[in-house]
Design a protein around this ligand. Sequence first.
Ligand code: BGC
Ligand code: ZN
Length: 354
Amino acid sequence: MKAGAVTPGQRYSARLIEMALPSVELGEVMVRVREVGIDGTDIEISGGRYGESPSGQDFLILGHEALGEIEDSGNAKFKKGELVVPIVRRPDSCVNCLNGQYDMCLEGNYKECGIKGLHGFAREHISENPKFLVMVPASLRSIAVLTEPMSIVTKGIDQAIEFHHRYSNPVQVALVLGAGSLGLLATAFLRVQNFNTYTLDIVPKSSLKGQLVEALGATYLNGASLSIPELPEQIGNLDIIVEATGNSTVAFQAMTALGRNGILCLMGVSTGNKPLEICADCLDMEMVLGNKVVFGTVSSNRSHFERAVELLASIERNWPQWLSKLITRRLRIDEFTDALHPTPDNIKTVIQLL
Ligand code: BGC
Ligand code: ZN
């Protein structure tokens, strides 16, 4: 079968390879991969900045956002043709992992398919343990490849909302920084909650990103001509901010923009070692006197995937066809290396396997 692989740590190593079908271990089911989404992590890995091969191997099959179809199951739980999404992270033996909270791993010996120590899903077949497969209704087929990124968004924003439940006042204003696929999914999530939502990116309002934000009843802000710390003067006290650009400077600006009792969820990852000069006293004082919360969030577990499926369904109900507009490029597995070079206005590239 065909697979899209890289040599971790080596730039420009992305290539299409031919490999044998996976063997089906006891208790596993064979899944035919139908679609694989590409995200920033895949691009980081293909740039040689992240990623780890399975032990004893010198290549890594990429792809951690996938939609598959049950091909053959000796398992009564699944029928041939049913749709499933595989979970990315796999547990080690820490107490959180053992309790299904492998997204909150304590020891760091977890593995992640297509990222860290396990092959990913950019291949025609995978063989999986059903406990890492999440069922998806056929009605969501065209957009179910977005389940994994939605699970990341769900985990982050549900926590932010939970923090906010400590206070009597309702969430008034939410701000999303970045209108890439995570930022747009975050905007949709916040609009499902009916929050007054602003989403900022640096492209014009007339762009597809701007239009997608406004179609949800949120307000698009062009950050090219705006200062993040000054935003509260225009849009009011910021209760929840979701950082989805992965730009560390933006993350620190967001801390300053955060309102009284505000909650900042850091979802974008910055690789690199960029320094930044800040007024540490000012930030510390604002954080304390403002009861502010800043937290990071990574990965997701089964419960987040299941909730993501429900949320995708409710976004689809509220704004029919909106989710499918996030998929701006569909390529074939033979175009695997092109998939890792998105154009600037691209939102989500999906590789379709036949
Ligand atoms: C994936 C997560 C993963 C994280 C860090 C993200 O792109 O969606 O599942 O935990 O990268 O490796
Ligand atoms: Zn663990």
